[in-house]
Structure formats: structure tokens, C-alpha cells
Design a protein around this ligand. Sequence first.
Ligand SMILES: NC(=O)C1=CN([C@@H]2O[C@H](COP(=O)(O)OP(=O)(O)OC[C@H]3O[C@@H](n4cnc5c(N)ncnc54)[C@H](O)[C@@H]3O)[C@@H](O)[C@H]2O)C=CC1
Ligand SMILES: O=C(O)[C@@H]1CCC=N1
Length: 281
Amino acid sequence: MFKNKTVAFMGAGNMAEAMISGTVQSGKLSGEQIIVSNRSDQQKREQIERLYGVRTMASEQLPFDEIDVLILAMKPKDIDTVLDSIKYKVNNKTVIMSVLAGITTSHMEQNLPAGQSVIRVMPNTSSMLKESATAISAGRFTTESEMEEARELLRTIGQVFIIQEEQMDIFTGVAGSGPAYFYYLMEHIEKTATESGLSPEVAREIGAQTIYGAAKMMLERNESPTELRENVTSPNGTTAAGLRALDEYGGGKAISAAVKGAQKRSAEISSSLKQKQLVSQ
Ligand SMILES: NC(=O)C1=CN([C@@H]2O[C@H](COP(=O)(O)OP(=O)(O)OC[C@H]3O[C@@H](n4cnc5c(N)ncnc54)[C@H](O)[C@@H]3O)[C@@H](O)[C@H]2O)C=CC1
Ligand SMILES: O=C(O)[C@@H]1CCC=N1
């Protein structure tokens, strides 16, 4: 399916690198088919070229006519500069995918040639190991077959969920930002375990295996998190004591607030762009 296709990245930061790593490991695209560009950091380009065997160049050198899929992976604040810089160069057959939090397809469509196909994508950094939970939603001009191809391409970095664009903010709060909540949890588990005498290396391994095992149980057993939690919890036992402390310290509320906080920030990015556009009209 990807034979003779060229996928180019604009932006070569953490998210782009995670996607490049996963895609190259999948073996579905060769390094030759992937072009990675950024604004100015040549050292980073050389590093990516060395590590993943892809082609790299400065963004203004991208061969726009050759590109089938252009993945935008810079910070949301840079979107307008980038759209301005590509709107007269981009090929009308190129599908533009954006991984930028909060940037809507309609914002991109308004700042690109009429009819350009745009897909909003929300991956996470577990793309690095082909374990992302990635959402995609179609823009106004995206065809079903382009969505199917997008899904196939992003399957190389993990699981793909097709969602309505209105659901992107909450998806971002859960899955785009989500790995950070688990790392935060691990930081605390590791610190506490180390203070109680485990070596940091062992504490990390134990914690990671515990999260991994719990995630696998959730994915492979047809049981709700409530059932799974109850199976761990003996009456008057150790887990009950641990969960009581979590409740006492507002653990559940804190987790909900984290997801909602990220969701809200994603929506704020969208509305601040809309505001900016209204002002400049
Ligand atoms: N880091 C994450 O876990 C996730 C990030 N995202 C999205 O990915 C995007 C990138 O995030 P990170 O990789 O974390 O940021 P980063 O700061 O690591 O990378 C940004 C990259 O964009 C490049 N860049 C900036 N302006 C440019 C321009 N005009 N032309 C070409 N390249 C340009 C920079 O050189 C850099 O390589 C953000 O929009 C973020 O919302 C989405 C999902 C998860
Ligand atoms: O923190 C951020 O804004 C990006 C988007 C999702 C994860 N990282």
C-alpha cells in the first residue's frame, strides 16, 4: 500500500522522532520514503538521519511535488507561519496531517489552497515503540480512501481510532497527554520505593512491570477496571489500605482534573486561534 509513497515531516522534535522511529521499525516504509525537515537545527537533522536512515533537509528545501503525505509536527504557536510558508508550494494531491494539539482542520483549510485534504491526528510518544493510541479525524475535503490510507499509515505506530473532531480535545486529554500522567505516577512510586529501601533501578523495573501488567490485563481480559481493582482488593488487606489513602488524598479527583485540564487547554488553543483570525479579518 505504501509502495512509492513519500511521507514528509515538518518539525523534527520529540513527537516527530517518536513517529519516525515507529514507522521505520515497522518496515512498512523504507528510510528513502521518509523525509524529515525542520526550520534550522541541522545537528538534529544529522542525528535523525544517522539513527533512522531517513532523508533530511531544511523545510524550505522540501520537494513538495513528490510528497504524498505531509505531517506537520511543530508547536501549535508556529502553525500560521508554516501554513503561510507552504500554501503556494503544496501539491493539491498531498494529504496534510497535523499532530498539533488544538489546531483544527478548519483553521488549516482556511489557510491552505481551496480543497486541500487535511487530517487532524493525535498520537502519543509511545509511537516510538509502535504502541501509540492515535486518533484521526477528517477535514472537509478528505475522502474515505484518504482516511483509510491514513489509518493504515498510522497503524505502523500503534492503534488508530477514527473520531469526530469535536472529540479531539478529550482524546488529547486522555491519550495525547496521557503517557505523562503514568510517568508522573511512576516518578512518585519510584521515589517512595527508593525511600523505603529498594534500589532505584529495581524500583523502576518493578513499577514499570506493574503498570504494563495492569495495562495488558485491561486490554486482554474482558473485565472492567472496577472488577479488576476489586480482584486485587482483599477485605481489610493491603490494597484496601492503599486505596483508602488514595481516596483520602483525592487521587480520583486529581486524575479527573488532569484529564480535564489537558482537554481544556486543547480547546483554548483552538479558540485563541479563532479569536486571532477574527481580529485579523
Ligand atoms: N510531545 C508529545 O507527546 C506530543 C506532541 N504533539 C504535538 O506535536 C507537536 C510537536 O511537539 P514536540 O515534538 O513535543 O515539540 P518539539 O519542540 O520537540 O519539536 C518542534 C519541532 O518543530 C520544529 N519547527 C518549529 N518551527 C518550524 C517551522 N517553521 N518549520 C519547520 N519546523 C519547525 C522545531 O525545529 C522542532 O524540531 C506539537 O504541536 C504538539 O502539540 C502531539 C501529541 C503528543
Ligand atoms: O503537551 C502538549 O501540548 C502536547 C500535546 C499532547 C501531548 N503533548
